[in-house]
Design a protein around this ligand. Structure first.
Ligand code: SF4
Ligand code: SF4
Length: 72
């Protein structure tokens, strides 16, 4: 199973909970970006995107429900 995650980047508070629970360890805080709230938002690098299984652990963990997971 494969998955694709998207983040509502401007609403991310950089708490890293999603990164902690991802079993594939592919979520990082994007040091190259600062969002509207002043945080480095969570992201999955392009080169890691194919490792996502679509397990949705990240989406369940996010306290602000800003992660969307599509399964294919
Ligand atoms: S859906 Fe699962 S594998 Fe994909 S980024 Fe979220 S926690 Fe990681
Ligand atoms: S759990 Fe949600 S708010 Fe926290 S870093 Fe991840 S996407 Fe951002």
């Amino acid at each position: 199973m494969a998955g694709k995650v998207t983040f509502d980047r401007d609403r991310c508070k950089g708490c890293e909970l999603c990164a902690l629970v991802c079993p594939k360890h592919i979520i990082v805080m994007d040091a190259d970006a600062t969002n509207r709230k002043g945080y480095h938002p969570a992201t999955v690098r392009d080169e890691d995107a194919e490792k996502c299984t679509g397990c949705a652990s990240c989406a369940k963990m996010c306290p602000d429900s800003i992660i969307t997971v599509e399964r294919s």
